[in-house]
Unconditional design. Structure first.
Length: 463
């Protein structure tokens, strides 16, 4: 991308809207999940504890009130720890002797205070016990009853319950993120479509962007952009009209001046005056050339719709090059340049012939103009790496490395270049080339002095 470079943004506010949304929503969801888990842990913990306490009390009361005395069923450690089975102890009425217990391994004394208490029997795990001690009975011989339950088991049960309650929100998280991802992706797809629209604009005639698929939030931006585009378009049109009108207005008087000069030639006395006269004539020719190039340029800048006279057609490049060379033969003869054409392959391009001519005319014109008097220019149509190219080679000074990219700029001329040019030829050639899928590459020759201008032709149209 050739946009303005942007930093990565701060960690809490990344540049990407999608990352930003995902980041905050994941944080929010995780926070909500933790909070829910915590609340349900506390709430369900209490619930489970109370329910188990109630059961303990009922069991104790059922043993205390039984007559004849019900004896506890024996059990093992597995039942106590894994299944949280109640351990029932039957004590003598004075609480001094343990008469019966469901699990003799557990040695918790009868608690002094009736009701619930928590007892820790030792250092090993699973040694915390919830104890319910029943009130002494009304009869003097009534035994005392105490029921115990493993505390770890109770905690595990509460936790399991709490986790189960937190499960829906945990499952919802990936689903919510997926939906979010889809929505944000769709939105950014439509933004990318707008970007593609902008990128595919013809800079000479930008057209308004469609608002059809743009989300409401982005519509004002696209609207403002469209507004800007229409202002740019009208500024372009004004500028182009000005150049075109100016060049057009200058053309007629300049042609008249040219004619007058021609008529005057017979009356110019020999000597210094002739030399001055020749300079004057060259200046006028240069100005006429400049006006023609400007006209060409402003016509090229016109919106594509204005190219009515330049419809695309199948153009045989070899025929086109031969035409171009023979038309420029006058210039070659004037400068005694030996120009040759070599067409090794058949190549066809689908484009307006006049536009293609302006590409090759300008390159061949440059080669003839910047080659030394009596130099050599070669035009070759051949294949390189399976692609058709046209090379225009001369044996002139070439172009200094630092200027080779700038020669395509309008009005840029290499300092010290031969007089006569306007600095517009390559700009015109490049615009025409790019418009029709051709690419111009300039390289200084390595096999001697001179420049090689290579035009890469587009792949031939499908038959
Ligand atoms: N074959 C070449 N050899 C050396 N220098 C060149 C060659 N072609 C172009 N240049 C340099 O690049 C500059 C820009 O070329 P361009 O064709 O755009 O303009 P111009 O030839 O000066 O004017 P115009 O083409 O409008 O008559 C030229 O002024 C010249 O300095
Ligand atoms: Mg030129």
């Amino acid at each position: 991308m050739n946009g303005v470079s942007r930093g990565p943004g701060r960690w809490w506010r990344p540049r990407s809207l999608r990352t930003q949304l995902l980041f905050w929503l994941i944080t929010l969801h995780l926070g909500a999940a933790v909070l829910t888990a915590w609340f349900s842990f506390v709430a369900y913990g209490n619930l489970v504890h109370n329910a188990l306490d109630d059961q303990m009390r009922l069991v104790a009361e059922s043993y205390a009130g039984s007559d004849p005395q019900k004896l506890p069923r024996p059990m093992d450690g597995e039942a106590a720890f894994s299944r949280g089975a109640f351990i029932v102890q039957i004590w003598s009425p004075d609480g001094a002797t343990l008469r019966a217990t469901s699990w003799p391994v557990l040695t918790v004394p009868l608690q002094a205070r009736p009701g619930f208490s928590d007892v820790n029997t030792g250092a090993h795990s699973g040694s915390a016990w919830r104890v319910f001690t029943a009130e002494p009975g009304s009869r003097a011989d009534q035994p005392r009853v105490q029921v115990l339950q493993n505390e770890d088991y109770r905690r595990r049960r509460a936790l399991r319950r709490a986790l189960l309650e937190g499960l829906p929100i945990t499952l919802l998280l990936p689903l919510a993120l997926l939906i979010l991802w889809i929505i944000v992706s769709a939105a950014s797809r439509s933004l990318r479509a707008v970007a593609r629209d902008v990128a595919s604009q013809d800079e000479r005639s930008p057209t308004e962007l469609s608002l059809a698929r743009v989300p409401d939030e982005i519509a004002p931006l696209v609207g403002a952009f469209n507004n800007l585009l229409s202002r740019v378009r009208s500024a372009f049109a004004t500028q182009r009209r000005f150049v075109q009108d100016a060049a057009h207005e200058l053309r007629t008087p300049m042609a008249a001046i040219g004619l007058q000069i021609e008529n005057l030639r017979a009356h110019v006395p020999a000597g210094e005056a002739t030399e001055r006269f020749n300079q004057l004539e060259a200046g006028v020719t240069r100005a006429q050339h400049l006006i023609e190039q400007l006209l060409h340029l402003s016509r090229q800048d016109a919106p594509r719709a204005g190219h009515a006279g330049h419809a695309s057609e199948r153009v045989d490049i070899e025929v086109l090059l031969r035409d171009s060379v023979s038309q420029l033969m006058v210039l070659a003869d004037a400068r005694r340049v030996d120009i040759g054409f070599e067409g090794g392959i058949a190549a066809v391009v689908f484009a307006p012939a006049a536009e293609l001519r302006s590409v090759f005319d300008n390159l061949i014109d440059n080669a003839l103009r910047y080659a030394p008097e009596g130099g050599v220019v070669d035009v070759r149509l051949h294949e390189v790496d399976g692609h058709a190219v046209v090379d225009v080679l001369d044996n002139g000074p070439g172009i200094p490395k630092e200027a080779i990219d700038r020669v395509f700029d309008r009005f840029f001329r290499v300092p010290g270049a031969a007089a006569g040019g306007s600095g517009l030829g390559l700009a015109i050639a490049r615009t025409a080339a790019e418009r029709h899928g051709l690419r111009i590459e300039l390289r200084n020759r390595t096999d001697g002095p001179g420049l090689m201008a290579r035009v890469h032709l587009p792949a031939p149209p499908a038959a």
